[in-house]
Write a protein that binds this ligand. Structure first.
Ligand code: COA
Length: 377
């Protein structure tokens, strides 16, 4: 019998990486040496994508080249559209995204080419294609026309345009761009780890991103933003928050959007999203969702501060997306549309210096048993 060890790979270092750094005690998040506040304030998502993939911010000509490559990849393969139309229209969009990403692997002639050049191209293609799939699915299930992407516009603009079929205003585009930056990478979170595990078998990049999407779907990871929105919808009005929180406490249930394996301070992304959510609510003349979220924080935070539990990235993103008119079940796909950049940056790093992940378990089962024939059991 062995002593019980910490579970969930807590504090276990499984890779060396130069992509992302988190100081969980101070609540600091850094991409390639740049603080997240600096990037969210000043950079574009496309610049951050380049930074995560290549290690440095792009020059003007590198950025223009990337924008052209992304625009060239913004087209929807006919076969894929036919495939989407065959799926049940109430299918979970994260499931649809994983199916479509795996299917894109069957349509890419370079799918099994693991060279850095081919993988970089696939990373760019998937970054352009995930927003297309997410928004196209929304139109397929609603029987509405899919707006054509605009080659001269950013990924953030295109997502909002293709979702709503109306030109988004500048503030919405800038805010959504910052949202994409905030979600782009987060060290060895569960979905990134899952992507790296898949790649480490020398499986291909589409397969690794499909693994990551399936991992992100869960409510303990990317699915938490939808769970937060579900909670807000159940609460309904600001004056119901106190009663709702008392019941949650009595039932011993977790509050979604709170807590993190690494952060023992308020998630820096939550601080930025909190401001965005408030401003978006004011501009939309609909501050109810923000106010409810803040009321939940004010009641719950003092109860759990001693355990180092604070709001995470998903807590204020829910109310921000809600006032942007985004359907609840597209919240987690938006996370994927951004995190695909981080996943693929980690995959490039993994393929460049690969070793199979193969941990061990503590065996606590039976030993020495002998087979008994079916008739005598
Ligand atoms: N609400 C209430 N209590 C929480 C909590 C939450 N959201 N998150 C953690 N806790 C408590 C646990 O009950 C546990 O308490 P205990 O020690 O008294 O048993 C303690 O904090 C440690 O939690 P644990 O779930 O073991 O931590 P973890 O590191 O394995 O999990 C999360 C991290 C993110 C999975 C967890 O905080 C969680 O489930 N949060 C809600 C889902 C969420 O928002 N996920 C998105 C993360 S970005």
């Amino acid at each position: 019998m062995s002593d019980k060890k910490p579970s969930g790979l807590q504090d276990v270092v499984v890779a060396q990486s130069s992509i992302c750094y988190i100081d969980g005690q101070r609540g600091q998040l850094v991409y390639r040496g740049y603080d997240i506040d600096d990037l969210a304030e000043n950079a574009s998502f496309e610049e951050v994508a380049w930074l995560l993939w290549n290690g440095n911010l792009p020059t003007q000509s590198e950025l223009s080249g990337l924008q052209q490559d992304l625009a060239a990849a913004m087209h929807f393969p006919k076969h894929l559209l036919e495939l989407l139309k065959e799926l049940p229209f109430d299918a979970n969009p994260m499931r649809v995204l994983s199916i479509a990403t795996a299917a894109l692997g069957t349509l890419d002639p370079d799918a099994d080419d693991l060279s850095p050049e081919a993988n970089r191209k696939k990373a760019i293609n998937l970054t352009a294609q995930l927003p297309l799939i997410t928004t196209a699915w929304h139109h397929v299930r609603n029987g509405t026309e899919i707006p054509q992407p605009k080659a001269d516009k950013s990924l953030a603009y295109n997502f909002l345009w293709m979702l709503n079929g109306a030109p988004p205003d500048d503030y919405a585009v800038r805010t959504f761009d910052a949202v994409l930056i905030l979600h782009a990478d987060h060290e060895l979170n569960a979905s990134t780890f899952s992507a790296r595990v898949t790649a480490a078998t020398l499986s291909d990049l589409h397969s690794a991103v499909t693994s990551a999407i399936c991992t992100l779907k869960g409510p303990l990871h990317g699915g938490a933003n939808e769970a937060v929105m579900q909670m807000l919808q159940e609460i309904g009005e600001v004056e119901n928050v106190g009663r709702y929180m008392e019941k949650l406490r009595a039932d011993g249930k977790k509050v979604m959007g709170f807590g993190h394996r690494v952060y023992k301070a308020k998630d820096p992304r939550a601080k930025i999203l909190e401001k965005m959510s408030e401003e978006l609510g004011k501009r939309a003349g609909d501050t109810k969702w923000f106010e409810m979220t803040r009321a939940v924080e004010e009641i719950f935070q003092p109860q759990v501060a001693a355990k180092g539990i604070y709001p995470n990235v998903d807590f204020y993103s829910a109310s921000a997306y809600q006032v942007m008119g985004i359907p609840r079940d597209l919240f987690t796909p938006i996370f994927a549309c951004s995190r695909v950049v981080g996943w693929t940056a980690h995959l490039l790093e993994q393929y460049a210096n690969n070793r199979l992940f193969r941990p061990s378990s503590d065996y606590i089962g039976e030993t020495g048993r002998k087979y008994t024939p079916l008739a005598s059991r």
